[in-house]
Write a new protein. Structure first.
Length: 613
C-alpha cells in the first residue's frame, strides 16, 4: 500500500519549480491586470476629456449661431432707412427695406423676420415663404419673451410641428425717440441640416443630431448608423421635470462600435430641452487599447521565460544538493549504517547533513534499545499471564478448599444443637447458633470472592435487553416478603448490550437493597434517563444505609475487616463497581443514611462504545 501511495507523491524539484512558476505567473497576471486597468483608466480619461471638449465645442458653435443672428437683428433694428420708412408710414418702402435686410445675410439662417406694432400684432412680414403663415406668426408674436434673450417656442407652423428660437428688438424713432414697434426674428430648428453639417465639421465627429423633447429635429451623418433609426436603443427617454432638467449633464455611452454622446444646450444661461446627440467611432480608442494589450502580452511572455530560467537556477543551486542529502540519508536508514555526508557550497546544507547523520546514528541506537525493551516486555507479559493464571487457580482452589472445613464445622454445629440442644446452657446454645451464622456468612463471602475473581472473563456476548422486564424479573425472583414494593420511573430502554454483566450489576444492587433491609415493607425504586450516550440507572431503598467507613472503602476499592453483614455488602458493591468500570460505566453512592441508600450507575447505550480486551 505504501508503494502505491508513493507513486502519487511529487518530487521536491517538481514541487518547487511548480510553485515558482505559479508565483511568477500570478505576478505576471497581476502585472497584466494592472496594465489593463491602467489602459482602461487612460482610455476612460481620454473619453471623458473628449466628452468635455465635444460639449464645449458644440455649445460654442450654437452660441456663435445665436450671437450672429442676434447681431443681425440688432443692426436691422437701428437701420436708418427702415426706421425712416416706419416713421413716414410708407408701406412699400418698409417692405423693400425689410426684404433687403432679410436677404442681406442669407447664410445666418433666420427664416422669420417681421415687424410687430405696440400691441404685438404682425403688420409687416419678410419671412421665408415656407413659414410665412400669418396665424402662426401672430401666435408667435403673442409669446411672452425677454427683450434681450432668445426664447424656445414649440408651435404648429406651415402645417407641421416646428421648434422656433424667437427674439425681438425695439424699433425706436431716431427723431422723436418714440417706439415705432418691434422687429422680430426667428430660427426654425426643425430640419436644419445645414447648421448640423457645420457643427459636425466643426467638432469632427461621425454624426450629430438636434433633439427636442425626445424628438429628433435634424441630423447630419457621414457614417452608416442613422441616429433617428436607433434613437430608442441609443438613449433613454429625456428628463421632463425641472429638478431633473437642472441636473442634466453631458453623458457618454456605447452602442455597437460607437460612443454615443448626449449634451444639453444652454440658451440664455439656462439649460433647455434642446440637446445634441453625437456618434463617434470607437476605432481610435480600440487601437490604443490594442497597443496596451500587446505590451501586456509581451510582458507576460518575458516573465514566463524569466520564471523558467529562475527555476532551473534554483534547481541547480538549491534542490540538487538537497536531493543528494536525502538519498544518502535514505541509503543509511535502509542499510542501518552510518550516513556518508557530502560537502556543499551552501552552509546550511552542510549543517543539515551533519544533523541528519547524528539523528540516524541516534535512531539506530534507540532502535536497538527499543528492540531489547520489546523482548523484555514480551517476557514480562508472558510471566504476568502465567502469574494471573496461577493466581486464578489459587483463588479457585482456596475457595473450594476452604468450603470443605466450613461444611464440617456447619455439620458439627448442627449435630451439637440436635444432640445436646436440651442439655446445653442458654449461653452455650447462643454461642453454637452464632458459630453457625458465622459459618454461613463465611461461605457467602467465599462465594462472592470467587465470583469477584471471575468478573470480566465471561459475558461478552451481545444480546437485546429489555431493562424494565429485567428489573421486574430480578425483583420477583429475589427472596423477600410479599409486602415489599418495586417502583419504576422513567423510560426504560430496550437496547443491545452485554446482557450477562449488565444483569449481574442490576441483580447485586437489587439483592443488597432487599437482603439488608430489616423493614417489614421494603421499598426499591429504580429510575432511568439517557444522557450523552449513557443510560443512568438510580437504585434507591428505604433500608438502614451503609456506614461511612464502608462507603469510603468502596469508593477507594478497598475491603474492610468488619462484620460479616457489611463484608457481604462490600464485596457485592465492589463486584458491581468492577463490572461497570470494566464495561466503561461508573458506580457511585450518591446518598446513604438511616433513611435509605441511593446508588447511581451508568451503562453505555451502544455496544460500540465498549472496549473489552
Amino acid at each position: 500500500m505504501n508503494k502505491v501511495r508513493s507513486l502519487y507523491k511529487v518530487p521536491l524539484f517538481v514541487a518547487i519549480s511548480t510553485i515558482m512558476l505559479i508565483l511568477f505567473m500570478a505576478a505576471a497576471a497581476i502585472q497584466v491586470r494592472s496594465v489593463s486597468r491602467i489602459a482602461d483608466t487612460i482610455i476612460d480619461k481620454e473619453v471623458s476629456s473628449f466628452t468635455r471638449q465635444t460639449h464645449t465645442s458644440l455649445q460654442l458653435f450654437f452660441d456663435n449661431v445665436l450671437q450672429r443672428n442676434q447681431l443681425l437683428l440688432q443692426s436691422s433694428a437701428v437701420n436708418f432707412q427702415l426706421l425712416k420708412s416706419l416713421e413716414d408710414n410708407d408701406s412699400l418702402a418698409i417692405m423693400q427695406n425689410l426684404n433687403s435686410l432679410y436677404n442681406s445675410e442669407p447664410n445666418l439662417g433666420m427664416e422669420l423676420l417681421f415687424i410687430m406694432n405696440a400691441t404685438n400684432q404682425v403688420i409687416y412680414d419678410a419671412s421665408s415663404p415656407f413659414f410665412s403663415d400669418e396665424q402662426s406668426l401672430n401666435e408667435l408674436s403673442q409669446t411672452p419673451t425677454n427683450m434681450y434673450k432668445w426664447r424656445l417656442v414649440p408651435m404648429n407652423m406651415a402645417s407641421k410641428q416646428q421648434v422656433v428660437l424667437f427674439k425681438k428688438e425695439t424699433l425706436i424713432s431716431p427723431k422723436s425717440g418714440k417706439i415705432l414697434g418691434y422687429l422680430a426674428g426667428g430660427i426654425v430648428l426643425s430640419g436644419r441640416i445645414a447648421m448640423l453639417n457645420q457643427a459636425r465639421s466643426y467638432v469632427d465627429i461621425d454624426s450629430v443630431a438636434l433633439r427636442y423633447n425626445n424628438e429628433i429635429l435634424a441630423e447630419s451623418t457621414k457614417g452608416s448608423l442613422i441616429i433617428r433609426d436607433h434613437v430608442n436603443a441609443l438613449l433613454t427617454p429625456n428628463v421632463q421635470t425641472d429638478e431633473e432638467l437642472a441636473q442634466l449633464k453631458p453623458q457618454l455611452s456605447t452602442y455597437k462600435n460607437h460612443f454615443v454622446g448626449r449634451y444639453p444646450i444652454v440658451i440664455a444661461n439656462l439649460e433647455s430641452e434642446l440637446e445634441f446627440i453625437t456618434l463617434l467611432s470607437s476605432s481610435s480608442f480600440d487601437t490604443l487599447n490594442t497597443e496596451y494589450k500587446y505590451q501586456a502580452s509581451f510582458l507576460l511572455i518575458a516573465l514566463f521565460t524569466f520564471a523558467i530560467f529562475a527555476s532551473l537556477i534554483v534547481i541547480g543551486i538549491a534542490i540538487r544538493p538537497l536531493m543528494q542529502i536525502i538519498t544518502a540519508a535514505r541509503q543509511a536508514i535502509d542499510k542501518n549504517e552510518a550516513m556518508q555526508t557530502q560537502t556543499s557550497v551552501i552552509k546550511e546544507y552542510d549543517e543539515l547533513g551533519g544533523t541528519l547523520s547524528q539523528l540516524i546514528e541516534s535512531s539506530s541506537t534507540q532502535k536497538q534499545e527499543l528492540n531489547h525493551l520489546n523482548k523484555q516486555l514480551k517476557q514480562n507479559i508472558k510471566e504476568l499471564e502465567q502469574s494471573n493464571k496461577e493466581l486464578d487457580n489459587i483463588t479457585y482452589i482456596a475457595s473450594h478448599d476452604l468450603k470443605s472445613p466450613l461444611r464440617g464445622i456447619s455439620l458439627l454445629t448442627q449435630w451439637l444443637s440436635h444432640e445436646l440442644g436440651n442439655k446445653l446452657r442458654p449461653e452455650a446454645s447462643d454461642k453454637i447458633q452464632l458459630l453457625s451464622q458465622r459459618v454461613n456468612s463465611m461461605e457467602a463471602i467465599l462465594e462472592r470472592m470467587l465470583g469477584y475473581s471471575k468478573v470480566g472473563k465471561k459475558g461478552h456476548e451481545l444480546a437485546p435487553v429489555d431493562s424494565k422486564k429485567l428489573c421486574q424479573s430480578i425483583f420477583s425472583n429475589a427472596q423477600h416478603d410479599q409486602e415489599n414494593n418495586l417502583i419504576l420511573n422513567g423510560d426504560f430502554p430496550i437496547f443491545t448490550t452485554y446482557r450477562t454483566p449488565f444483569e449481574q450489576v442490576m441483580r447485586h444492587l437489587i439483592d443488597n437493597a432487599l437482603k439488608h433491609n430489616p423493614s417489614a415493607k421494603a421499598q426499591v425504586s429504580i429510575e432511568v434517563e439517557e444522557q450523552e450516550g449513557y443510560y443512568h440507572f438510580k437504585i434507591s431503598d428505604n433500608g438502614p444505609g451503609i456506614s461511612a467507613p464502608l462507603q469510603a472503602a468502596i469508593q477507594s476499592n478497598e475491603m474492610l475487616n468488619d462484620t460479616p453483614q457489611l463484608l457481604n455488602i462490600g464485596i457485592g458493591l465492589n463486584m458491581a463497581k468492577k463490572i461497570t468500570r470494566l464495561y466503561e460505566g461508573k458506580l457511585t453512592i450518591i446518598l446513604s443514611n438511616e433513611r435509605g441508600t441511593s446508588i447511581l450507575f451508568t451503562w453505555p447505550a451502544r455496544p460500540s462504545a465498549l472496549n473489552i480486551s
